[in-house]
Design a protein around this ligand. Structure first.
Ligand code: ADP
Ligand code: MG
Length: 440
């Protein structure tokens, strides 16, 4: 009866690095261990860019890690794992196929005959609450229903392991909640034709609501920093004090101050292209600093409390807090946000002064802004194409993060009046009066 003790999946000493021609390899996962057993729901919780999707692809056998072992039921995995199905954030449905046809796709690949296909896809469609919509096209469905199709398509193959990559994050709060509850209800009733679920999320509450076990992922490079068992039975109540406490504790773990980051290169100058920026707007920052600086917080607040007060989603607040801390406006410690002198100064300043304070913070902490400004200054026409910066960012991060980082730096640089940006030409340029100065 070996079978019982053999985990479904085990990943050992897994490392994933992307080769970059122009710079040192980007290490995305370092020394990751992960074990999944039948009968459990495991959440992989981590910030954007921490390597969660990469690890998911490794578990599914879609990506061979740079080094390390992946075993399925005790045997080394070579190629796509049998018995795995994946649900994506983006639903990934074919618009020209009906619900039923989309769901059947997974079975066609397995060579299941037509009648069986129809029967099994109908079963999956009914199970997930889409009965009657078999003939509908994706564009006729709401986001929540589309994701149900995504789920049905994964479930129809009766996978041993269901992998879900931020499956609810494209949905509105209520729809996401309904879908989570429905999924957990089916799981508890033993109606889901799967043996184990691995869900990737950056939402702490979602992890505590759904999982039996939570792996907290640290970034740069990604590794499992903490493992927690969730002791609550289903249905879980997010207002239960013990539940709140656990969310709080995880906040603390995710914001624990690390030892100063060890940079791999010895170069003294910070690399302007190696750090992705969170897409956090200056209005949001100003709003949060004002709130933090006033009653009842008077400069220090517990993040979950702030999130409730501001009606932010929990997972919107962490990037915001991290950004404020990166810019020197606040300190993020053990789940608390503490305003700094600079942050207070900003919160109490008038609009024009705020821009100056923000510009100062960018100069001190965001070398990318300075780099862009230097390039514009060096050009005789005082213009520079965005694409060159995006290419340089892509040496260190995926195209999606590079694009997001660029959008963010454009918004921040404009606010601080470092440069102008022409959306149509996709070019940076100087502010009008700056240009006049240069021509004198
Ligand atoms: P998450 O899912 O946690 O947001 P990802 O696994 O998507 O993180 O990405 C982790 C890191 O790996 C990011 O810095 C991303 O930019 C980088 N990355 C992902 N895929 C590639 C790739 N194909 N080439 C280079 N870098 C990549
Ligand atoms: Mg991802």
């Amino acid at each position: 009866m070996d079978q019982i003790y053999t985990p479904l999946v085990s990943v050992r000493n897994c490392r994933q690095a992307y080769h970059k021609d122009s710079s040192a390899d980007l290490v995305v996962l370092d020394d990751v261990d992960l074990t999944l057993h039948e009968g459990e729901i495991v959440a992989l919780l981590g910030r954007s860019g921490s390597g969660k999707s990469t690890l998911l692809r490794i578990v599914a056998g879609l990506l061979k890690p740079t080094s390390g072992e992946v075993n399925w039921r005790g045997s080394p995995l070579k190629g796509p794992a049998p018995g795995v199905a994946m649900v994506f954030q983006s639903f990934a449905l074919f618009p020209w196929l009906t619900v039923q046809e989309n769901v059947e796709l997974g079975l066609e690949a397995l060579g299941v005959g037509r009648e069986d296909r129809e029967e099994r896809s109908e079963e999956a469609i009914d199970l997930i609450g889409l009965g009657g919509y078999d003939g509908a096209y994706p564009k006729e469905l709401s986001g929540g229903m589309r994701q149900r199709v995504g789920l049905a398509r994964a479930l129809v193959v009766h996978p041993d392991l269901l992998l879900m990559d931020e499956p609810f994050s494209a949905l509105d709060v209520l729809t996401a909640e309904t879908l989570r509850t429905d999924l957990i209800d089916l799981w508890m009733d033993g109606k889901l034709p799967v043996k184990s679920i691995l869900i990737v999320t950056h939402n702490i509450e979602e992890a505590v609501l759904m999982a039996d076990r939570i792996l907290v992922f640290a970034s740069n490079p990604g590794r499992v920093a903490h493992e927690l068992k969730v002791p609550f039975t289903h249905p879980r109540n997010r207002f239960d004090p013990a539940f709140r406490q656990m969310v709080d504790d995880i906040y603390g773990i995710m914001t624990r101050r690390k030892a100063p980051e060890i940079h791999t290169t010895t170069a003294a100058a910070p690399n302007p292209f190696s750090h992705p920026l969170h897409p956090v707007g200056t209005n949001m920052m100003a709003g949060l600093l004002e709130t933090l600086n006033s009653q009842p917080y008077n400069g220090r607040a517990d993040l979950p409390a702030l999130s409730a007060a501001l009606q932010f989603e929990v997972d919107e607040l962490l990037p915001l807090g991290e950004t404020l801390s990166m810019l020197g406006f606040a300190l993020l410690e053990e789940g608390d946000l503490q305003i700094t002198d600079t942050g207070r100064h900003f919160a109490e300043a008038e609009t024009e002064d705020r821009k100056d304070i923000f510009a100062e913070a960018l100069r001190a902490h965001v070398p990318l802004v300075t780099e862009i400004r230097n390039v514009i200054d060096q050009r005789s026409n005082h213009r520079a194409a965005a694409v060159r910066f995006r290419d340089q960012l892509e040496d260190y991060m995926s195209p999606e993060y590079a694009a997001e980082t660029l959008r963010t730096v454009i918004a921040w640089g404009r606010y601080a009046e470092f440069f102008e940006y022409d959306e149509e030409a996709q070019q940076f340029s100087l502010e009008e009066d700056d240009e006049a100065e240069h021509e004198e």
